[in-house]
Write a protein that binds this ligand. Structure first.
Ligand code: UDX
Length: 419
């Protein structure tokens, strides 16, 4: 496994638990030291236990030397970051540099697998590069679908295993790697496998954005989006999942992958205007929350105390990457608001943001309380205590977590998204 980030580490401990010998190459020496002594650098249920077990049983080890990691390996997974470049494309420089680094240390006939999301065409392009120098490496695509907070479960009980390869021998090798895991296998060519990953994320991001757009429209026409989504969701073709309105989707995948797919589409001569619209509507959704906060405090944010509950991009993770909450805070601060934020998973300081240790600390003397992350504990806030601590009475529930009647009964003014 090359890369001990989110995708690589979860995959590594998961593969070790299936009985494979796993060696992980990771450039960050500090991370290698910590992992080698059983310390997981992020919160993710179950990963720590499997890491300890793998280390103890001797089937898992970490090294800063990628060449050593791949030496003797029958299968090499690439789980490296593909950050967003300035133009929105995925930046492949890390992947390309590592492939060049390990190339000469790979065993004959090794299966080299792209696990992290790479632009459509990357697998075949790298295959051609190996072919051109006469290497017998077989390059394949096997995209990862894990979501933070349920990552290990997503590995052990996946909805599907997608294998994109150009030879049956490669498919058989990858199939054997996942022996013991029950899931439908989708076997296809590498380009299609790469498209499965982007299309899945684009579709889910579109669903969330559709729900947000319907919420905004519900508000404009005087409907309650929660009832509307309930009424829609009973249709088996639609379902209730992944349609919760909020401040817009975020995280390390959706924003990056949707943008990358629009770039891939443009380069391929098919401008994906639907998805471009989704990205635009999603960015506007941050402003929907800010507009509500502004109007809740009388039209001017300058000098207003705003309590923001939630910093992470969703509940169940400490990850701040691509968090709509941070964008909402930035916009509030830009208009002169004085923000105090609380998040149950974020203990350390966040640059440019005043963070406090409890929700009640955040709302103390606040003119308005805003919920931006769907943490369960915010559902159970004592609204009377909130009312007593605040100087104002406005609540903007950016995740529709609270019961409007309970909030109003405490003497507060409630504003949700589309209700
Ligand atoms: C996602 C995909 O689910 C996963 O398959 C892929 O491999 C990586 O990207 P993740 O980013 O961890 O996983 O989070 P996810 O739970 O999908 O949520 C993404 C964003 O959408 C979050 O900001 C979340 O709050 C938002 N969201 C999700 C909503 O606003 N409403 C919903 O109904 C669902």
């Amino acid at each position: 496994m090359i890369g001990a980030g989110y995708v690589g580490l979860v995959q590594a401990v998961g593969l070790a638990s299936l009985g494979h010998q796993v060696v992980v190459g990771e450039a960050d020496a500090d991370r290698v030291r910590k992992l080698s002594s059983g310390h997981v650098p992020f919160e993710e249920p179950g990963v720590s236990d499997l890491l300890e077990r793998g280390l103890r049983d001797g089937c898992l080890r970490f090294t800063t030397d990628n060449r050593e990691a791949v030496s003797g390996a029958e299968v090499v997974f690439i789980a490296l970051p593909t950050p967003e470049a300035d133009d929105g494309r995925a930046d492949l420089s890390i992947v390309d540099a590592v492939v060049a680094e390990i190339g000469s240390s790979l065993e004959p006939e090794v299966v080299l697998v792209f696990k992290s999301t790479v632009p459509v065409g990357t697998t075949d392009r790298v295959q051609q590069e190996f072919d051109a120098v006469g290497a017998t490496v077989r390059v394949a695509s096997n995209p990862e679908f894990l979501a933070e907070g349920t990552a290990l479960d997503d590995f052990l009980n996946p909805s599907r295993i997608v294998i994109g390869a150009r030879s049956m021998a490669t498919v058989e090798m990858l199939t054997s790697v996942y022996e013991g895991i029950e899931a439908p296998h989708v076997v296809t060519d590498p380009v299609s496998a790469e498209m499965v990953k982007y299309s899945s994320n684009a579709y889910l991001a579109t669903r969330v954005t559709f729900a947000n757009a319907i919420a905004n429209l519900c508000e404009a026409v005087g409907a309650d989006v929660e009832d509307v989504l309930l009424g829609m969701g009973h249709d088996g073709r639609i379902g209730h999942h992944f349609m919760r309105p909020g401040p817009g989707f975020g995280g390390s995948c959706f924003p990056k992958d949707t943008k990358a797919l629009t770039m891939i589409a443009r380069a391929a001569g098919y401008p994906f205007s639907l998805l471009e619209g989704v990205i635009e509507v999603n960015q506007a959704q941050h402003r929907v929350v800010v507009d509500k906060v502004r109007s809740a405090v009388g039209g001017v944010l300058q000098g207003k105390r705003v309590a923001v509950l939630g910093l992470t991009y969703k509940a169940g993770t400490a990850d701040l990457r691509g968090s709509p909450s941070l964008e909402v805070i930035r916009l509030l601060q830009e208009e002169g608001a004085d923000v105090a934020a609380f998040d149950p998973a974020v203990a350390e300081a966040v640059p440019g943001i005043t963070t406090v240790f409890t929700a009640l600390d955040a709302v103390r003397d606040a003119d308005v309380m805003v919920i931006t992350t769907d943490w369960d504990e915010f559902r159970h806030l004592d609204m009377r205590a909130v009312r007593a601590a605040m100087s104002g009475t406005a609540v903007v529930d950016g995740r529709n977590l609270l019961e409007p009647a309970t909030v109003r009964a405490a003497g507060l003014h409630y504003q949700g998204i589309g209700r």
